[in-house]
Design a binder for this molecule. Structure first.
Ligand code: GDP
Length: 305
């Protein structure tokens, strides 16, 4: 919770200085107040759609609740933001765990280059391992030498095995070999990195479909999870990427990175509101400890505390 509070500092500061200005010297919620609250939400990258939802609900609330001052507006806002998140899907797990009846549990990680995909995989491996699970990594982003190198560095840092092939190899053959090796070694969790090129949706779709197919050859219900990594500091861009990837494949969970050092943390609200896919993890720093299980109640609490 402390790390979450710290991670969201910039979003909080920008959001609250705007919010405080929005209600300064006001005793009623008039158009001007609503406009300013709207601007605060938009600036925090809550997104138009979600902002409109929240503003409409505040309007309806203040029409019947007596508005008394800043702290009341804060409370109403907090309740309405929590309301948006309450309707978003909840995480199945509160710790870094996987279902006991799915072994190995296979996670396919997708996302555009640079969003923090490799780092998130490394952090996940660290946390699963810390939680007593054995982990294996698969370097199926064979298009960039740097991707394989980075993942190798993480596998050494966290001390988990990695399956990789030379650059340019067929990504699905790497995925296949990783699953076979993971089964042979009896590991609990297999995390497979994939290429993040997005220049062609059909290509992306074909490639992910192929990887999913080979992964299911040995484990019929795998991949158990398709985790999309999004860079929270890119705000609305992250929303666009979510649209692309959800159109290309069945994304089952989300990780939103780089929430530290950005004032655009409101994008988590927009994503949770627009995609009925649980936000499972958030990244709040570069170290392996800096990945958190997303808890929507704590998130709202952090924004307002
Ligand atoms: P990839 O190309 O998607 O695999 O991206 P990388 O995992 O290589 O990450 C790109 C950069 O973002 C690296 O410098 C990471 O250290 C950094 N990064 C990743 N996650 C976070 C995060 O949660 N917070 C911060 N501040 N930096 C992050």
């Amino acid at each position: 919770k402390v790390a979450l509070d710290e991670g969201l500092q910039k979003t909080k500061q920008s959001f609250f200085s705007k919010l405080t200005k929005a209600v300064a010297g006001k005793s009623t919620v008039d158009e001007e107040v609503l406009d300013n609250v709207e601007e605060a939400l938009i600036t925090a990258d809550v997104g138009l759609e979600t902002t409109v939802t929240i503003i409409e609900r505040i309007e309806a609330r203040v029409a019947k609740d007596k508005y008394l001052g800043t702290s009341d507006l804060n409370r109403i806002l907090q309740e309405e933001i929590a309301g948006v998140l309450t309707k978003a899907p909840t995480n199945e797990f509160e710790t870094f765990d996987v279902p006991a009846d799915k072994k190995p549990y296979i996670i396919l990680v997708v996302g555009v280059n640079g969003v923090g995909k490799t780092t998130t995989i490394g952090k996940l491996a660290y946390n699963f391992k810390k939680n007593g699970k054995s982990v294996m990594l698969g370097a199926a982003d064979t298009f960039r030498a740097a991707a394989v190198d980075q993942l190798t560095i993480w596998s050494e840092r966290v001390d988990v095995p990695i399956v990789k092939k030379e650059m340019g190899s067929d990504p699905s053959s790497v995925a296949y070999d990783t699953v076979v090796s993971g089964i042979a070694k009896g590991v609990d969790v297999i995390i497979i990195d994939t290429a993040g090129r997005l220049h062609n949706k059909a290509h992306l779709m074909d490639e992910l479909t192929k990887i999913k197919r080979v992964v299911s050859k040995n484990i019929p219900d795998a991949p158990h999870e398709v985790l999309l990594v999004l860079d929270g500091s890119t705000g609305q861009n992250a929303l666009e990427q979510a649209k692309h990837f959800t159109a290309a494949t069945d994304v089952t969970s989300l990780a939103i990175t780089k929430l530290d050092g950005t004032a655009k943390g409101g994008v988590v609200l927009a994503i949770a509101n627009q995609f009925k896919i649980p936000v499972k993890y958030i990244g709040v720093g570069e170290r392996m400890q800096d990945l958190q299980i997303f808890n929507k109640y704590e998130f709202v609490d952090s924004l307002f505390s």
